[in-house]
Design a protein around this ligand. Structure first.
Ligand code: ATR
Length: 272
């Protein structure tokens, strides 16, 4: 029996065990995906344990995505750009830190809105999630990426690091919405059913704009966008494709994406 798991604190609510265990079962792979709740003090020994022969690798989540970086033998270019590791792969006894979030973001758009206009992308929020989004948007070839965050200094630090434009939070609607072809809510507001901008602000978007929220379900923002006939996408696809990519890196074979999606959706409705 081989093992994978998620390293974080807390991890109890993770959907990843459902996604991966269902995938292992569907493909007849003798492996199990476990919840590895790990304190900061135990992180080094947890990472060391991944060198074992029976280990496939791990996912890493809050609060260890940065602190795990010096503990692995190699950090991929993408993970370095994002500044965080969300996936560890074992190659012999070497551990490679990678990040599949940008891939997940990109693939979720490519799979549903392949013809999206790659003009101006507006990103709300300047936390960890925004970093992966910006890396993905650059790879996707958007002409312009604009960042806005409640705390301006945080947006400026991120914007300077990535060379993307920053506008003050109070001005984001008038300054960017008319030109946006993609609006991404990467703040944590969707999780609490709050909106980063008023519903009426969406009237400033052109009808071809795709509105995306990284939350794993329909948020008030997405509902308001849908009501206005705009394209909408929640974060479920990003979750599934980042997991699918991790699966492929661990096992070297294609992930059963539809099976993984089914498992996540079933678990979500069980919890609702
Ligand atoms: P993550 O890793 O998910 O991005 P994070 O690093 O805690 O989480 O970032 C949360 C993001 O949501 C930040 O951009 C935060 O803005 P601040 O930098 O100003 O804190 C944003 N956010 C959280 N609550 C918010 C609120 N009430 N209004 C606007 N933005 C908010």
């Amino acid at each position: 029996m081989r093992h994978a798991g998620v390293i974080g604190d807390p991890v109890a609510h993770s959907l990843s065990p459902h996604m991966h265990n269902t995938a292992f079962e569907a493909l007849g792979i003798d492996a199990t995906y476990e919840l590895w709740e790990t304190s900061a003090a135990d992180l080094p020994s947890r990472v060391e344990s991944l060198r074992g022969e029976s280990m496939l690798g791990a996912n890493v989540t809050v609060p260890h995505k940065q602190s795990v970086m010096p503990l692995v033998d190699e950090v991929s270019d993408t993970a370095q750009q994002i500044g965080a590791v969300n996936t560890i792969i074992r190659d012999g006894s070497r551990l490679i830190g990678d990040n599949t979030d940008a891939f997940g973001f990109r693939q979720s758009i490519d799979a549903t809105f392949p013809d999206i206009i790659r003009g101006t992308a507006v990103v709300l929020g300047a936390g960890g999630a925004s970093r992966a989004v910006i890396v993905a948007l650059r790879e996707m070839g958007f002409d312009r990426i604009v960042l806005a965050n409640r705390t301006l200094a945080r947006a400026e630090a991120l914007g300077a690091g990535f060379g993307v434009d920053v506008v003050p939070w109070e001005r984001v609607v008038e300054a960017t919405f008319p030109d946006a072809s993609l609006l991404v809510n990467a703040t944590s507001l969707g999780w609490h059913d709050e909106m980063p901008v008023d519903a009426e602000a969406l009237d400033h978007l052109s009808p071809a704009t795709l509105v995306m929220d990284l939350t794993y379900r329909e948020t008030p923002l997405l509902r308001a966008a849908g009501d206005r006939g705009l394209g909408t996408l929640d974060g479920l696809g990003m979750l599934i494709y980042q997991g699918a990519r991790a699966f492929e890196l661990w096992l070297g074979r294609p992930a059963p994406v539809d099976v993984m999606r089914g498992a996540v959706v079933a678990e979500q409705s069980r919890r609702a």
